[in-house]
Design a protein around this ligand. Structure first.
Ligand SMILES: C[S@@+](CC[C@H](N)C(=O)[O-])C[C@H]1O[C@@H](n2cnc3c(N)ncnc32)[C@H](O)[C@@H]1O
Length: 376
């Protein structure tokens, strides 16, 4: 009995960690997006029943945040805002329950347009990918299945081929991580197939769940391309560590700003930038411990090798590299300042004038002027 109770306590904490990140991302992502485009589609394709016990699940969190976002003065002034939402779950009971929960909430249904579907994800996905009218508007897909086997690499690739797309994928990693060294699986075994499809290294001993997650991230980067230009997306991963149970969240996006937002959310919610310790999620964290982590050290050495290899980089290249690696420009600035103080690099304007004042180096979230960094 005790064991069962502990198990559910842990599951609940993990669910809270997941929905907290989802909520913070929506809060940051939607206002800017609606100001720019005036519309978007948010599709929660494994949406559940709306409530998990007494707590709001992803659909109700979404509505609550959209209602809040729409109260901003700027958005009130912007005309013709329309948020399209698609909630889908294969379980009819969940959709009925969600419908009932939604009927209790007041919101402007001419702005927030909700469609409820009770289909298998596999069936709804092919419709979504085909519908040409959805091509033009920004799209955010939240994929939160129970099982790691539901979402295929090919699904992610097909979704990312649509324009302006972002995906937040939750994957219950521990169910597969535990079996990466199992020899008894035949080639068609579901777990083995997942591991081989979703990692760069396949069935090997990863040492720890972080390495396993990083191998999945690398595979997503290697395989997925973004719409017609076939460029590489930004992929941010984070381990939700609930002790015994460990899950992964992956943001796949074509937008640098989306990745930067997620980087900042994870800086705030983790000690090391890479792991949410579910148990102490609500305790305040100290920024410096994040920068003392091996995750940061690894980034620092990758950045310094990149700089050495190119010998000259613009602020745009530096910031893009930093954001792709999971950090924010203000963190790379510290590394650059250290190098500058050791007289290992110099900074110039586009007209080749040296810039000695670091506040004019333009290593920032929004770049308004190009600067150049050269190894001495
Ligand atoms: C982890 S729960 C979602 C929880 C929800 N995101 C929340 O925060 O409350 C996963 C949901 O996926 C649904 N599901 C499982 N397999 C599915 C499939 N193949 N197609 C659609 N829904 C599916 C289940 O019925 C379940 O409600």
């Amino acid at each position: 009995m005790v064991k069962t109770k502990q198990f559910f306590d842990r599951q609940t904490a993990l669910t809270l960690a997941k929905t907290k990140i989802y909520k913070e991302y929506i809060e940051g992502y939607l206002p800017k997006l609606l100001m720019t485009y005036g519309t978007c589609l948010i599709a929660d394709l494994f949406c559940g029943a709306g409530k998990n016990g007494s707590k709001d699940g992803s659909p109700l969190i979404l509505i609550d945040r959209i209602k809040y976002i729409l109260t901003s003065k700027q958005l009130k002034e912007r005309k013709n805002i329309k948020v399209h939402i698609l909630f889908n779950d294969q379980d009819e009971k969940n959709i009925k329950n969600l419908e009932n929960e939604l009927s209790k909430i007041s919101f402007d249904r001419s702005i927030i347009n909700i469609i409820l579907k009770n289909q298998k994800y596999e069936d709804i996905l092919s419709d979504l990918i085909r519908k040409p009218e959805k091509q033009k508007i920004p799209k955010f897909f939240f994929l939160d299945p129970f099982s790691y086997a539901n979402v295929k690499m090919n699904d992610l690739q097909n979704l990312m081929q649509l324009s302006f797309t972002e995906i937040l994928l939750f994957s219950p990693l521990f169910h597969t991580y535990r079996f990466t060294t199992t020899e008894a699986f035949d080639e068609q075994h579901k777990t083995r197939r997942f591991i081989e499809e979703f990692t760069t290294k396949g069935m090997v001993d990863y040492g720890n769940a972080q390495n396993y997650m990083h191998s999945i991230r690398e595979k997503l980067l290697n395989v997925i391309t973004v719409n017609k230009k076939n460029s590489t997306p930004y992929v941010r991963s984070v381990l939700l560590d609930g002790g015994f149970s460990k899950n992964g969240l992956f943001l796949i996006t074509s937008h640098q700003k989306g990745m930067l937002l997620m980087n900042k959310i994870l800086i705030k919610n983790t000690d090391d930038g890479s792991t949410v310790n579910v148990k102490d999620l609500n305790q305040s964290r100290i920024f410096s411990s994040y920068e003392a982590s091996t995750y940061f050290d690894d980034f620092k050495s990758r950045f310094l090798s990149y700089l050495k290899e190119k010998s000259e980089l613009t602020n745009e290249e530096i910031c893009d590299f930093t954001i792709r690696e999971g950090f924010a420009p203000k963190q790379v600035k510290k590394i650059i300042k250290e190098q500058y103080d050791k007289k290992k690099l110099q900074v110039f304007s586009t007209s080749d004038e040296e810039i000695t004042n670091s506040s004019k180096w333009r290593i920032a979230d929004d770049i308004k002027e190009i600067t150049k960094f050269k190894i001495v």
